[in-house]
Design a protein around this ligand. Structure first.
Ligand code: UFG
Length: 333
């Protein structure tokens, strides 16, 4: 049986593909390279010494998806395809709603047609909006997302809940990621945002490698220990492993809709990250304090205990691992 991975050449999809192959799973990758590179597929093969089927297809293309399901023996789908840049989503809301929501619906329709009902969805802590309290549990209130990207995640979660309500033979895992960073320990694959990065770690890495002059820290007047924003950074390999555990859960339970936070449960400030990166790599990260970034929240970190209890999954890598591996990817590529 095959596991279909949409967006499998992307940052989180490619790391999950590796973990699946390492777990002796057959995978099929679907990607249209809208925000990823073909070479990643070769790197996945190089790292795992395993082969897999690949289709260059846009996941909104119902006919092409239908053919993929006809040609293969698909057991479950992991959906990593989707636009993910918060800032860009405020400029291009229609493109974000169309790509993320139409894509998910198309995929689910084709799955339904072929009676494939195991679905793992990449959601995000962004669905919690500005949390009332931390740590955030899966029962914390969702809604009041601050940008179209976040709203696409919220809406797709709702679509999945409604789908499950209509037919409880579906088997769905919604995984709410906190802040994924780092890269595979080989340094062969990693995060490669187009243009100037929006996220903290890719920005720090570019400053350390001197392709950008200095980091702008967005505000030091938040109600946090040093005034800078606090987040729950999680190593992407730990995150990828969480998907394997979620798949095993769906295979074991065979019916249900499950929601899990995937985070470490620890909050680190922007200044903590700068210091950790300097310590881990020996590189300097010059920075200046600038105004707050609109839409940012002060603190966001998870209570990951539900995933630990029900999936037997726990993030294991340290902040130093996250920094070292992010740097390794940049210096190797
Ligand atoms: N930050 C800076 N300077 C930068 C970039 C970020 O100071 O150049 C700060 C932010 O203000 C924030 C922290 O670093 O305090 C983390 O910012 P990121 O942009 O890396 O991450 P966010 O928490 O804002 O957003 C991330 C993902 C979203 C997801 C959200 C909630 O990018 O996809 O977490 O889970 F929706």
């Amino acid at each position: 049986m095959d596991i279909l991975i949409t967006g499998g050449a992307g940052y989180i999809g490619s790391h999950t593909a590796i973990e699946l192959l390492n777990n002796k799973r057959n995978i099929i990758i679907v990607d249209n390279f809208s925000n990823s590179k073909k070479e990643v597929l070769e790197k996945i093969k190089e790292i795992t010494k395993k082969d897999f089927k690949f289709y260059e297809v846009d996941y909104k293309n119902e006919k092409a998806l239908d053919k993929i399901f006809e040609e293969n023996n698909i057991e479950a789908v992991m959906n990593f395809a989707g636009y993910k840049a918060v800032g860009e989503s405020t400029q291009k809301p229609l493109e974000y709603y169309e790509n993320n929501i139409t894509g998910a619906i198309t995929l689910l329709k084709v799955m339904k047609k072929h009676n494939v009902k195991k679905f793992i969805f990449s959601s995000s802590a962004t669905v919690y909006g500005n949390p009332e309290k931390v740590p955030i549990t899966e029962e914390s209130k969702t809604g009041e997302t601050t940008n179209p990207y976040g709203t696409t995640k919220l809406y797709i979660e709702q679509i999945l809940k409604d789908l499950y309500k209509s037919d409880n033979t579906w088997d769905i895992a919604i995984l709410r990621y906190f802040n994924p960073v780092g890269s595979h320990e080989s340094g062969l694959i990693g995060e490669e945002p187009n243009g100037i990065p929006n996220n903290l770690m890719p920005y720090i890495v570019r400053v350390a490698s001197k392709s950008l002059k200095e980091l702008s820290i967005f505000g030091n007047d938040y109600d946090t220990k040093d005034g800078t924003g606090v987040r729950d950074y999680i190593h992407v390999v730990d995150l990828a492993k969480g998907h394997i555990k979620a798949l095993e859960k769906l295979e074991k339970e065979n019916q249900g809709l499950y929601i899990y936070n995937l985070g470490t449960g620890k909050g680190y400030s922007v200044l903590d990250m700068v210091k950790a990166f300097e310590k881990a790599t020996g590189q300097k990260v010059p920075y200046k304090i600038v105004d707050r970034r609109p839409g940012d929240i002060a603190i966001c970190y998870s209570d990951p205990s539900k995933a630990q209890k029900e999936l037997n999954w726990k993030a294991e890598k340290t902040l130093i691992d996250m920094c070292k591996d992010s740097w390794k990817y940049i210096t190797r590529s």
